[in-house]
Ligand binder design. Sequence first.
Ligand code: AHR
Length: 528
Amino acid sequence: MTIRWCTSLFSAAWLMSSPVALAQPTAAPNTPPAAVSAPSFNATVQVRADRPGPVINRNIYGSFAEHLGRGVYEGIWVGESSPIPNTRGMRNDVIAALRKVKLPVLRWPGGCFADEYHWRDGIGPRDKRLRRANTSWGGLETNAFGLHEFMDFADLIGAEPYVSVNVGSGTPREMMEWLEYMTSNTESALAQLRRANGRKQPWKVKFVGIGNEAWGCGGNMRPEYYADEYKRYAAFVKQYGDESFVKIAVGPSDQDYNWTEVVMKQAAKQIDGLSLHYYTLPTGNWKAKGSATQFDESEWRSTFVRTLRMDTFITKHSAIMNKYDPEKRVALIVDEWGTWYDSEPGKGALYQQNTLRDGLVAALNLNLFNQHADRVKMAASAQTINVLQAMILTDQAKMVLTPTYHVFEMYNVHHDATLLPLEIQAPRYGAGADALPSLHGSASRDARGALHVSLVNLDPQRAAKLTLSLQGRGAKSVTARVLTAPTINALNDFQRATVEPKPLEGKVADGRVSVTLPSKSVTVLTIE
Ligand code: AHR
């Protein structure tokens, strides 16, 4: 048996599982999952409480809202005169949900849209704002939701704003003026304009993205060219308020290691954060990505195989960054991640439903970000509402929280906690190239000293009989919450919520925890 002092992959050939049958029969909504008929497997987890690692930056739990489909319009903005209950035009149900999940940071306005966005279009009296074609995603951009509305929304949900500025079709001057408008407390014309538009105090804005996907929709640039452009723009990111900006450079897509190499080599000194974008496509084929809701066990598994590539990408990009930034000053910022399926026609660009499978994808990615907390300091799920792997879906006045949302809520115990290494011994799930660890996890200790262990059981049939021990301290009590459902494609729609966290029973004896993790589940244990 191979034992690794890391929380990612582990192997135990003698425990290889045999192929299993597909989903269990559907149960009535809101009932606990049906009793597991397939045999369970045994697993052990050891938490190294004696080997604390880095702090898990809460900003790893961020999200991304782009002017795309029904993400901003309807998802956030309904207007002050809407019958949908709202605060200054922004829907109250969404505000309450994002407050509850403790979303720490929100990226805006794109995405590809950022490189066609001109911030002055979105300030001043709303009825006078320019309407423009949204050439990235279709439809008309009314600019009703502009800078002041975004800042108000970020404030209402308690998130820090992360603004992506236009490099592709903008200028350093436009960027400079935007930054000054937002953060200057002087009598300058731009600060006065902000005041005239209703905002007396400057906003606190820390995170500035210099362009988006410059290798693609942001300008089809070579890394050499972008690195030069980045340095030019970065030179004009001046400080107007109390704090200097955190400057985030466009980083690679998935395995484009050359991009990281070139940009870090040429510009590491001027960069505070380097972005990484990686989307999970179940098929790996952009022309037929796979359905959000109709999939079999083989696509269930390939989705996780592809999600776990994130580990390799982070590891390899970090290794390149280490060459140019051994002190780890430059953060890796995974500011677009999530599942991308074939979108549902007629529901807005990039709209897709969200099943239990997405909940598990979110949990795997968040476990990985926790594990790489030494380099990954911020991330943003794509996207927040009604777009791609959304946390929230709306249908006019109706709103539903997705399995992805619930995982973010369950995992918020890791915010700013100290990472603890985890050793997992469990059988593999599946065989051959598609074989996966059946259990995947991460652990942390919060400021009170409580331990939080988040564990994903990827096996769709077999529960895990888990014994968990702690190195360096004992366990006195355990509480647990689990997210699971009767079928692999269970989802929450506007009629019923089938996938919601529920309490799970665990026991403590002789300082060790025993708990049975249901098949296809995400569990978070809190151990005192
Ligand atoms: O999230 C959707 C799009 O995916 C973003 O606009 C772009 O940055 C990425 O390609």
